[in-house]
Design a protein around this ligand. Structure first.
Ligand SMILES: [Zn+2]
Length: 130
């Protein structure tokens, strides 16, 4: 399934949740979705932002790099739990915001629902757009 189809299905599911017990047919729901402009951030693989090598041999620690340019200087902000976030899954998301000295602002997200804990990266501001 293409990312666009997944995103469309997610939008439809979110719209159905918003509409609760009201009964609408698919064209009505699709029209409402386009009006609501439910946006879901692009979710990226976490592996490219993790350094290949440990910070010190045997430390078990790896660095996080800017997902856009690989800048090695990244800072962490206070993590939080978000309920009702729009992502490719159900349930809450634990979000750790980060910013890199290149200018990117991004977040490492861990969703959780029924024993699944998918981890992904979302870019809020790209250093490449500055
Ligand atoms: Zn960058």
């Amino acid at each position: 399934m293409s990312p666009n189809n997944q995103q469309q299905r997610k939008k439809l599911r979110a719209a159905k949740l918003c509409l609760g017990s009201l009964r609408f047919n698919r064209p009505h729901i699709e029209a409402l979705v386009s009006q609501m402009e439910i946006t879901m951030k692009t979710e990226n693989d976490v592996f490219p932002v993790i350094s290949d090598k440990q910070i010190a041999a045997g430390s078990g620690q790896r660095n996080l790099y800017c997902p856009e340019c690989g800048c090695i200087n990244t800072h962490v902000e206070a993590p939080y739990l978000k309920i009702g976030d729009s992502w490719h899954g159900n349930g809450e998301v634990a979000i750790t915001p980060l910013w890199s000295e290149c200018g990117s602002k991004w977040e490492v997200c861990i969703g959780f629902h029924k024993g699944d804990a998918p981890i992904f990266v979302r870019v809020n501001e790209s250093c490449k757009s500055k």
